[in-house]
Design a protein around this ligand. Structure first.
Ligand code: ADP
Ligand code: MG
Length: 395
């Protein structure tokens, strides 16, 4: 994959696809993490004399102009962080966009309005998407893809524009791909994967693919109850996906056959309601009372999981071990996060809620080797899927 160092950008217009999909409340940005993450590539391009035309999406306006999804507040924040003027285009590929692109001096930065105001951006129709991609590509001489959070989408700005312009990967995508390769090729062993979160159906593809790669798979979170049920245990009122029981049994069988170690919790924090102040107790994982629901892995399981991480050389973690948003059910997630840190392994955290848990529980993000910025994209990569945005940059 070419990087921006391989492009001759001086004096040329570069269309940069970034991930600026920040949370907004009443028009105010509540977390500018993604804007900050985009700065290094923008700065590098400016420093080399490029005219930088940034494009990005915000939320899901579904092909219509909806003022509440305008990127205007992002343009203002980007300008503050860069300490430079950012010309904001009030449309995506119209007169304002063309004027902004043409008006740039070397080292200048413009931001186009929300890509998803245009139906062509996300269209499933190749011709409609292609026609929009033509107009976007016409604004620039070169393309740089740096929106990792969107590379699993076959969208015009991600997939079709790089087919129309000389292109390269920005720093964010290059580093994410470097990390994901370490989790799939030439992995340093033992390789442990800790999976949690709410739904087993969200993670089946990952389990399926990692069963052929990982040495150990630790299961917690809401999905663990489908595993416990598959083993014949009572799970009370816990989250359960009946329709996945067959698939889960098949995974347990395959693991036994191939020597992959599945590590399931030995105790569970079971509550009488889904609430922080519900009556709760630690019970054996094979004896959850019928009227209770499991909201976290128990303390013995936390120790067990940490011990199965301790000697690992590579660890991938996706999905909280319990309902970490409520203090009584946050201890399992804390134990696993600490287990990653103490392992000294190459540690990768993927998933929006997992990354949020790391911050909320007060861990230093720098204590992990990598926290992925694109949950959906990194999971699809680990499922072994071809990601349209990466494929387009490789070609
Ligand atoms: P990520 O975004 O990191 O991929 P998910 O979206 O899959 O993670 O899952 C996160 C959610 O899973 C959290 O909101 C958490 O409260 C929930 N969760 C974890 N354990 C349980 C459980 N035992 N019962 C219900 N929900 C759970
Ligand atoms: Mg999530």
């Amino acid at each position: 994959m070419r990087t921006i160092d391989d492009l001759d950008v001086a004096g040329r217009r570069v269309l940069l696809r970034a991930d600026l999909n920040v949370p907004l409340q009443d028009g105010q940005i509540t977390d500018d993490g993604r804007i900050r993450a985009s700065l290094p590539t923008i700065e590098a391009l400016r420093a080399r004399g490029a005219k930088v035309i940034v494009c990005a999406h915000l939320g899901r306006p579904k092909g219509e102009v909806k003022p509440e999804f305008s990127l205007a507040p992002v343009a203002a924040r980007l300008g503050e962080l860069l300490g430079a003027e950012v010309a904001f285009a009030s449309d995506v590929v119209g007169d304002s966009a063309r004027a902004a692109a043409e008006g740039l001096a070397d080292g200048g930065v413009a931001l186009l309005e929300n890509l998803r105001f245009e139906p062509g951006e996300t269209s499933k129709d190749d011709a409609e998407r292609g026609a929009f991609a033509d107009r976007l590509a016409a604004l620039a001489d070169l393309y740089v893809g740096d929106g990792f959070g969107a590379v699993h989408r076959r969208h015009a700005s991600v997939y079709d524009v790089p087919k129309r312009l000389p292109h390269a990967a920005g720093g964010l995508i290059a580093s994410e791909v470097g990390v994901l390769r370490k989790l799939t090729e030439d992995v340093e062993r033992p390789y442990a994967v800790a999976l949690g979160g709410s739904k087993v159906s969200d993670k089946l593809g990952v389990i399926d693919n990692l069963l052929g790669k990982a040495d150990r798979i630790l299961i917690g979170g809401g999905m663990v109850f489908t595993f416990l049920k598959a083993q014949g245990h009572e799970v009370g009122k816990s989250l359960l996906e009946e329709d996945q029981l067959g698939t889960v049994r098949e995974y347990l069988r395959r693991a036994e056959e191939t020597g992959v170690e599945f590590v399931l919790p030995v105790d569970i924090v079971a509550a009488d309601a889904f609430a922080a102040d519900a009556d709760h107790a630690v019970v054996p994982a094979d004896a959850i009372p019928a009227g209770r629901l499991g909201l976290d892995i128990g303390p013995e399981s936390g120790k067990l999981f940490a011990s199965r991480l301790a000697d690992a050389k590579t660890v991938f973690w996706n999905g909280p071990m319990g309902v970490f948003e409520m203090e009584p059910y946050s201890h399992g997630t804390r134990a696993v996060a600490q287990g990653l840190i103490d392992s000294g392994a190459f540690t990768v955290v993927g998933g929006g809620d997992s990354a949020a848990a790391v911050r909320r529980l007060g861990f230093d993000e720098a204590a992990f080797s990598h926290i992925s910025t694109g949950g959906g994209a990194s999971l699809e990569y680990l499922e072994g899927k071809t990601l349209p945005g990466l494929q387009a940059l490789e070609d």
